[in-house]
Design a protein around this ligand. Sequence first.
Ligand SMILES: C[S@@+](CC[C@H](N)C(=O)[O-])C[C@H]1O[C@@H](n2cnc3c(N)ncnc32)[C@H](O)[C@@H]1O
Length: 356
Amino acid sequence: MEFLHRPVLLEPTVKALTDPHFGGKSRVGQEEGDTRTRLSGIFVDGTFGRGGHSRLLLSKLASDARLVVFDKDPEAIAHAQVLQAEDSRVQVVHDGFASMAQQLQALGIAQVDGVMLDLGISSPQIDDASRGFSFMHEGPLDMRMDTSRGPTAAQWLADASVEEIKEVIAKYGEERFAFQIAKALVARRESGPLRTTLDLAELVASVVRTREKGKHPATRTFQALRIYLNQELEELAFTLATVLKVLAPKGRLAVISFHSLEDRMVKQCIAAAANPAAVHARLPIFEKDLPQPILYSLGRVLPSEDEVAGNARARSAVLRVAQRTQTPLPPDQGASFVKAVSLAPKLAAHARRRQK
Ligand SMILES: C[S@@+](CC[C@H](N)C(=O)[O-])C[C@H]1O[C@@H](n2cnc3c(N)ncnc32)[C@H](O)[C@@H]1O
């Protein structure tokens, strides 16, 4: 069965990468004179999915442009390979976008003119019950975007401790009942392992006592496990820290987030790169010696009412766009974001434990 994905914020995202005048007023007082066309450049789609954004971008790019597309998901990659066979400007990489700098280097690309990230999961991943992402459809408890590596949700839940489960559900699901859910999950092991999405959804529903309007009680738990198992925030933090190394001067970054944990990270990263002097404002140094912005924001775009009415996934979407300045990167740029990486080492430790 073919599952479809309806791209969110499609036109503004592609404009963000291709229109020199994107951002209008927010650019006043910033670097002037950006009239060059970027349509012959090198671009990256870090989250190919079913290629909605990639296809529209390609339709705007010149015949000598290049587009390197990434996805963790083997099914998305199969779709990307079909596009690659049709369009010689496309190159496909089956890997997380956090490997972007390294993978581009392997392709002989030092810098790119635009990077877009459309975060989270695609509709096909949710709608295909066999992927185990949905509490609405019975399926194996998997939840991996990259089905070729890493523990499934069922494997992780089979031997994580109450403390580990609680931490994940509280941190990535912002779930008030994280401890009660974790305790119930560990107790449930005595009657056999959790195997399916509905096993998990029912167990969580039996423990979560307050009901959020329009939300299944297991929404937060499913979100948390998915984010953790796929290391979504760690990959985003690492990528935000390193993407500046691959963006050429005047190159653009466009990121679509779907929840506040992601959007906060994107917003803070852009703000820190746009206002590095703020950190040093009270120090006795001359203005000319203050660190200069390495990015500036081109603003935020939300979906229109029409888009939200036609596509429920768009409801929580936020697009943030920034442009690289000419300032060379300070050596430690982005280090603080990588330090913010939190639970990933625990997942690695868990994987090692399972191998023993
Ligand atoms: C929202 S969908 C993208 C949809 C796409 N823009 C389109 O128009 O079809 C997100 C995709 O990004 C992939 N993905 C999520 N995180 C990733 C990561 N860290 N690295 C690579 N791919 C990732 C998912 O597997 C999924 O296919």
